[in-house]
Design a protein around this ligand. Structure first.
Ligand code: LP5
Ligand code: MN
Length: 241
């Protein structure tokens, strides 16, 4: 049956080789049998810019390109770790970059796709940080630095972020009900698929008398996971190490 696959929060990096192996197997296996693969953000642990010269990342781009060459449509959305993925990444991987949010019809169901960070509206410090780093001026200044300096800046941001996260409650770092309802309403969809929170689940929401479903994708820290959707619905498959 024609179907599409959704993943997010893979956070691929050289220090998790077993996850990397699962990812390459996933591309050659389940992803290769699908009509389309949607990567909804945080494919990479972080992306310092399209001039990245890390051979580990280059191997990932080559595997993605192989998938795209085999007629699987490949879509990538920015996450909070890899929002600098740009035109060169897209050309090298064969991916189409998707804006966040994107509305598509998935085998008959109107579905809104998001990374998920914009739904965490109670995390005001993160939202302020996001507004800053997604702006052109910060990005231009960042990209003007050498790759070595950029990687150091990211390390600093990671450590600041981890420190700040330790002082935030789990509720603050989750999506808010009002942002979720507003997404369903604004986009007129009965299905929402997102990642970011690393809290895999399927939630039902009643919005204006209509039952809607929200699929939260899992991260790829201790294994892999993907959501497969066809005309009959969606189901999760876990890929063990
Ligand atoms: O990443 P994760 O999942 O651990 O936490 C996120 C939020 N943190 C971030 C920050 C990133 O982890 C840092 C790395 C980004 C790399 C990007 C590539 C290069 C950058 C290029 C810039 C142009 O996204 C975290 C959320 C959490 O998800 C849950 O939703 O809470 O948010 C934070 O912790 C952010 C802090 O609350 C505020 C920022 C602290 C750092 C302040 C440094 C000041 C820099 C000023 C920049 C203008
Ligand atoms: Mn994220």
């Amino acid at each position: 049956m024609p179907h599409s696959i959704f993943v997010s929060d893979l956070h691929l990096c050289a220090s998790r080789p077993a996850i990397n192996r699962i990812f390459h197997e996933f591309l050659r296996g389940p992803a290769a049998c699908s009509e389309a693969l949607y990567i909804l953000g945080d494919l990479f642990e972080y992306w310092p810019g399209d001039d990245d010269d890390d051979p580990f990342n280059a191997a990932i781009l080559a595997s993605l390109r192989q998938l795209a060459n085999n007629q699987v449509k490949l879509y990538v959305m920015h996450g909070n770790r890899d929002f600098l993925l740009g035109g060169h990444f897209a050309a090298a991987s064969g991916a189409t970059l998707l804006p966040d949010p994107t509305v598509i019809e998935v085998h008959g169901t109107a579905t809104v796709l998001m990374h998920g960070d914009t739904l965490c509206t109670d995390d005001t410090r993160y939202q302020a940080f996001r507004a800053e780093v997604r702006g052109a001026s910060w990005q231009t200044r960042f990209l003007a630095q050498s790759l070595v300096s950029r990687r150091k800046i990211v390390e600093g941001l990671r450590s600041d972020s981890n420190q700040d996260k330790a002082s935030k409650s789990n509720t603050i770092m989750d999506v808010t009900a009002s942002a979720v309802e507003s997404a369903f309403r604004t986009h007129q969809c009965s299905r929402l698929i997102h990642g970011h929170t690393h809290r895999p689940n399927m939630h039902r929401h009643m919005v204006d008398g209509q039952m809607c479903e929200r699929w939260v994708l899992a991260d790829w820290y201790t294994g892999g996971s993907y959501l497969r959707c066809d005309a009959q619905g969606c189901q999760v498959t876990v890929l063990s190490l």
